[in-house]
Write a protein that binds this ligand. Structure first.
Ligand code: FAD
Length: 384
């Protein structure tokens, strides 16, 4: 007999979504999250149609739509000229909602479904699977008194889901390989107030490198630019330097307040060698890292979570769950998303002369009427 049916390690958006799916089926689920505070970084902003379907499945679709901004399309530009203009049909619009707000919605929904499921300050330090359950060693931090107190506790679960992010300690403990896939580059990003309005994205595939600009809800805008600087110059640049770099590539001077600094991130792609090992399942970024260019990682993790939730439900009811089949689907979907992100990144590399003309020709062809629908489908994660 286990302490819980399911323990999920990690309360990021993917662990939380899975917890909601399981809790609403009446499954006894606990989420161990090492942080005592809330992660307020706004990483993911794009919720694609498959992601929105998963939010609908836990009763959050309407709340997310009410807080987010519907992106109805965007332009791909080079040197101020529009190469392609894509409109998303109403059923395939991308919802823009910063990840800290999505996470807050998911935490709220989980609290409605199962008040004590989320255990903050619970760091999983060890895992030992055996035939009929999985043993976890958990360090429990308590900051309610004047001093932080830590205690060690043992927990058992019939199934453990590791949704503990890209640097998954569970994946390492189980000795599961983490294989690098093509597609890496460094970017700078900032979210700033913006009075220009609108509900369209601009992707500048400039000779000097990619610049992306996305409207955010609440009168804000995200700017992302390929970081073309030498390794030795790579401290976070001041607002003025970032503004100048964007102006040089796009001719647009973004409204970035002095004193604000962009954050740097490196896009990488990896795939776990296995996503199922006995009664332990890797999910979300612990299973696959997809470049943020294209905004697919969280959405992909949510689609995996839908499949994993129904398999766990079947397993716990004594039925046969096709975990190998689920692993195959997860890996195929991740590979497809990684190929798409690699393509988007290649469209945003610095380029000049003939290679730039050839690239612009490819983008123009994708924007022609017969291919426009397929290109919009590609960007909005159709088929993944
Ligand atoms: C700049 C940027 C932009 C992005 N934009 C998009 C986008 O627009 N759309 C999109 O779909 N994706 C996007 N992504 C990707 C998205 O942010 C991730 O795919 C998503 O956060 C993965 O969620 P997760 O729950 O798997 O992992 P995480 O969000 O990393 O959460 C893992 C959690 O596990 C906890 N944890 C770790 N170890 C332990 C432990 N031992 N015990 C207990 N808890 C533990 C961590 O504290 C954390 O809370 C973007 C990423 C970046 C960096």
């Amino acid at each position: 007999m286990s302490d819980h049916d399911v323990v999920i390690v990690g309360a990021g958006p993917v662990g939380l979504l899975l917890a909601c799916l399981l809790a609403q089926e009446g499954i006894d689920v606990v989420v161990c999250e090492r942080r005592l505070d809330v992660d307020d970084r706004s990483r993911a902003i794009g919720i694609h149609p498959p992601g929105l379907q998963t939010l609908d499945a836990v009763g959050l679709g309407e709340r997310a739509r009410a807080q987010g901004l519907q992106l109805d399309g965007g332009e791909v530009l080079c040197d101020g000229r529009t190469l392609a203009s894509l409109d998303f049909p109403p059923a395939r619009r991308v919802l823009i909602l910063p990840q800290d707000r999505t996470d807050a919605l998911l935490r709220g929904r989980l609290a409605e479904l199962s008040g004590d499921a989320l255990r903050r300050g619970h760091t999983v330090r060890g895992i030992r699977p055996d035939d009929d359950r999985v043993h976890l060693t958990v360090a429990v931090d308590d900051a309610s008194g004047p001093d932080m107190v830590s205690a060690q506790r043992e927990l058992t679960a019939s199934v453990v889901v590791a949704a503990d992010g890209v640097r998954s300690g569970i994946r390492d403990s189980l000795g599961i390989g983490w294989r690098a896939r093509a597609g890496t580059a460094r970017y700078l990003m900032i979210d700033v107030p913006d009075a220009s309005g609108g509900a369209r994205a601009q992707l500048h595939c400039a000779p000097g490198g990619l610049v992306e600009s996305f409207p955010l809800p609440g009168g804000r805008r995200r700017w992302v630019a390929l970081d073309g600087r030498e390794e030795r110059d790579r401290s976070a640049p001041a607002a003025e330097m970032f503004r100048d770099a964007i102006r040089a590539r796009t001719g647009i001077t973004p409204d970035i307040p002095d004193g604000e600094r962009p954050v740097a991130f490196r896009a990488r792609q990896h795939l776990a060698a296995r996503t199922v090992q006995g009664r332990v399942i890797l999910l979300g970024d612990a299973a696959h890292e997809v470049s943020p260019i294209g905004g697919q990682g969280m959405n992909l993790g949510w689609s995996d979570a839908l499949r994993v939730a129904s398999a766990i439900d079947r397993m716990l009811r004594g039925g046969r769950a096709d975990l190998r089949g689920i692993e195959g689907r997860t890996r195929r979907a991740a590979s497809a998303a990684q190929r798409r992100s690699r393509f988007y990144m290649s469209m945003g590399r610095p380029s000049h002369g003939l290679p730039l003309h050839a690239r612009n020709a490819v983008i123009r062809v994708l924007g022609l009427a017969p291919l426009r629908g397929s290109a919009a489908g590609l960007i909005t994660m159709r088929g993944i």
